[in-house]
Design a protein around this ligand. Structure first.
Ligand code: PHE
Length: 345
């Protein structure tokens, strides 16, 4: 009985000619699973006489090996066709390959946020060149000829030219000049961009960084307008209730000049490492456009007045994300960069 069965199934296996992976799987289900034929025959083997066992044991083992080999050969054959299919035509049944989306650089995110706030107030966005001449970066902005800021220490000079050296701009205030030279008041513009200074690179200083410049020139613009605009900006950026204070300062191109502090965003004024226990952090320089600057740009300073401000985007970003080392912004370390928002635009 058992012998007949083995013979019959051996014939069946020998004649096995699969035409698809489904046939191969059906073979496995029929012969090789726990309740399959091979196991079944081994169960039956336990019941036969010792005499029969002697002869049938070998036959049964051979049958088992045949079934296993037939299966693994057939499996290999169809794996092969599957692979070559993928290579040649692409297997349309495979799931799609996902790809990792990039994320926005934190400085881009913050620049965009700053620009959006001012756009809502009617400011246009303007840009200027990063390689600038002395006139736009310094002279037109009322820097006296021997002013220390023109010194080699701060400025990367590109080319010496009689009285109008070419340099990498040291601030975005140069764009104020370009804008005013080009048009007629009123001006209401926000000007983001990269600036360069000849500084040793450390956690707190870098040889390039980013600024956003603001300029508002019209008839009767006053310091009250400056204060109110910047106050509004801070409430939008850091939330209602953020306090501001203005401290007198000096810039050649504004008079009077001020620096603006906000109540520390980390400790809310309690005092922490970031604000050096003062409760305040400086975020920008500002002032009323010096009449000399207006005149240098061909604007009647008797008729028009204006305010300007400039802030470092890195500084604002550090406050927002509590980043303590400026170098992170330009090292392109994806472990740092991938922590920021992904925008699907
Ligand atoms: N340009 C100044 C700086 O780089 C900032 C500033 C801009 C100050 C406009 C006043 C007005 O520090």
């Amino acid at each position: 009985m058992l012998q007949d069965k083995i013979k019959q199934f051996t014939e069946e296996i020998k004649g096995f000619a699969p035409t698809s992976a489904v046939d191969v799987e059906n073979f496995r289900l029929k012969f090789l699973v726990a309740k399959g034929i091979v196991k079944g025959l081994f169960e039956e083997f336990k019941t036969v006489s010792t005499e029969e066992k002697r002869t049938l044991g070998k036959v049964l083992n051979e049958f088992k090996l045949l079934a296993e080999k037939t299966y693994s050969d057939a499996q290999a054959q169809f794996a092969q066709t599957k692979k070559s299919l993928q290579r040649e035509e692409g297997d349309l049944t495979l799931p799609g390959e996902g790809f990792q989306l990039g994320s926005r650089h934190p400085l881009s995110l913050v620049r965009k946020e700053i620009v959006e706030i001012f756009k809502k107030l009617g400011f246009i966005v303007a840009e200027g060149p990063e390689i600038e001449d002395d006139w736009h970066n310094f002279s037109a902005l009322n820097f006296p000829p021997e002013h220390p800021a023109r010194d080699m220490q701060d400025t990367f000079f590109v080319e010496k030219k009689d009285g109008n050296d070419i340099a990498l701009r040291t601030h975005t205030s140069s764009v104020q000049v370009r804008l005013m030279e080009m048009g007629k008041p009123p001006f209401r513009a926000i000007m983001p961009g990269r600036v360069y200074r000849n500084e040793a690179i450390s956690a707190r200083a870098h040889c390039f960084f980013h600024q956003v410049e603001g300029l508002y020139v019209d008839e009767n613009v006053s310091f009250a307008d400056l204060k109110q605009t910047l106050f509004h900006f801070v409430q939008e950026l850091y939330g209602e209730g953020t306090k501001v204070r203005f401290r007198p300062s000096y810039f050649p191109f504004t008079e009077p000049s001020a620096e603006m502090d906000i109540s520390c965003t980390i400790c809310k004024g309690e005092g922490c490492q970031l604000c050096k226990n003062s409760g305040w952090v400086e975020i920008l320089g500002c002032g009323m456009v010096d009449p000399n600057v207006l005149e240098n740009c061909g604007i009647d300073s008797k008729k028009y007045s204006g305010f300007a401000f400039g802030m470092g985007i890195e500084r604002i970003t550090n406050l927002k994300y509590e980043i303590r080392d400026l170098r992170l912004f330009s090292e392109n370390d994806v472990r740092f960069l991938s922590q920021f928002e992904t925008e699907l635009v």
